[in-house]
Design a protein around this ligand. Structure first.
Ligand code: MG
Length: 421
């Protein structure tokens, strides 16, 4: 087949579509798995970087659940990526998500490469094999010959058939296609209601042969908790470019300190909640949420250390969804945002300013609540209190305030925004 070259250099122009539909349920994390960090960098960022290691890739479209778009955009903005990366809302199935991503890709793309968000270790040789073969043949996917015997098994758990092993391959991504072939196949599948197990099965269903090239054993798909451990080991073995870059620049662990402060008025008819503990008192703190001033101060310190704004920006009190919400939930979300930006919490030290009631009996519970929410050991969380000797608003019993400092660390080389815009 004679194919026109996409560029003057004879290289096809490649758009990458990344399917990031995962919810993280299988991996047992609240964070969708593509946002989990390995070696201090989110999996999704690693995957995008590996795809962009191929020069002919000129754009990346990520299809993911609408509710994760803002988080993904915030996260991606913190890394220097050499080509535009856009996020689109996915559909209810992987195929529908990929189809939406493909529709968003530039029509000037000669090839479309579809890749799993949770395969961050695809090496350049595999990428090159898939691209070259698909450019020549129209459709190519990477696969590894099956190493174990694979049986067809009945629903009752009995072996039905032993397919010849030499015909069995475990198929990976990226899967790459001439953009017209993939668009036509997905459009027709969408119209006729065909659901394939991957893009190549849709393309084959639409009548186009699909070539299999050699995949790579390192190109694992991170879906189970064990895969995360394997990924960390792999990263060490591969001596990721971060490690090399860090060594080259002599860059070590980065530390950031953050400070937070919060005031709430005491009022009758409200519960007094501090550090997630309900404390018996004749008054409680007024506010839109549960008005837990201590937890708010810790949230602000964390956001401040990561230069991510303040609690009011992330959880505006104009949003009725936050009414009476336990502030520990805010803290859990703040921790995820800070983690997504490449930071690990080292410790928290906070002081409450209150004339009454006596708070010391509740310190242990507050420390446990905050430590548990932040994934820290209790000895990394300190809570103390002082009266103001009856001076100030706190001293007169008009309200309670809290101050917190936190320390964050990062070994990922994540610098966030480094230049003034
Ligand atoms: Mg507050």
């Amino acid at each position: 087949m004679q194919i026109e070259s996409g560029t003057d250099s004879g290289q096809p122009r490649v758009a990458a579509v990344i399917a990031a539909g995962g919810t993280g349920t299988r991996i047992g994390s609240q964070l969708p798995k593509q946002f989990i960090q390995i070696g201090g960098k989110p999996i999704l960022v690693r995957t995008v970087e590996s795809v962009l290691s191929v020069e002919s890739v000129f754009e990346v479209v990520i299809a993911l659940p609408a509710e994760h778009i803002a988080q993904a955009e915030t996260l991606l903005a913190q890394w220097e990526l050499r080509a535009p990366v856009v996020c689109v809302a996915g559909g209810t199935t992987r195929q529908e998500s990929v189809w939406r991503g493909v529709q968003r890709a530039s029509t000037s793309a000669d090839l479309i490469m579809v890749h799993d968000a949770v395969r961050p270790f695809c090496d350049r040789d595999t990428l090159r094999r898939v691209l070259e073969t698909s450019w020549r043949t129209g459709a190519a996917i990477p696969g590894l010959p099956a190493t174990e015997t694979i049986q067809r098994v009945s629903r009752r758990g009995l072996v039905l058939k032993t397919p010849p092993r030499e015909e069995l391959y475990a198929i990976q991504t990226p899967q790459c296609f001439h953009s017209s072939i993939l668009r036509t196949a997905l459009e027709r599948a969408s119209r006729e209601g065909f659901e394939g197990t991957d893009e190549s099965s849709v393309v084959r269903w639409a009548g186009h042969p699909v070539a299999v090239v050699r995949g790579s054993p390192e190109n694992i798909k991170i879906t189970r908790p064990l895969d995360l451990e394997i990924a960390e080991r792999l990263l060490e073995q591969l001596g990721g470019e971060d490690t090399r870059a860090r060594q080259a620049t002599g860059d070590k662990t980065m530390l950031r300190i953050g400070h937070g402060i919060d005031y709430h008025r005491l009022a009758e008819g409200r519960k007094l909640i501090l550090g997630g503990m309900q404390i018996p008192h004749d008054k409680g703190l007024e506010g839109h949420s549960d008005a837990d001033a201590l937890t708010h101060a810790v949230c602000d310190a964390l956001l401040g250390a990561a230069a991510l704004g303040d609690i009011g920006r992330h959880f505006p009190d104009s949003d009725p969804a936050h009414r009476n919400r336990p502030s520990l939930e805010f803290l859990g979300e703040v921790k995820d945002k800070v983690a997504a930006a490449g930071w690990k919490v080292e410790n928290v030290d906070a002081t409450l300013l209150a004339q009454r009631p006596k708070l010391a009996p509740y310190f242990e519970g507050m420390r446990c609540n905050i430590a548990r929410t932040l994934g820290l050991e209790v000895n990394a969380v300190s809570i103390k209190a002082t009266t103001t000797e009856e001076m100030n608003a706190e001293g007169r019993g008009e309200g309670i305030s809290a101050q917190a400092v936190v320390l964050l660390s990062s070994t990922s080389g994540n610098r966030g925004q480094t230049q003034c815009r």
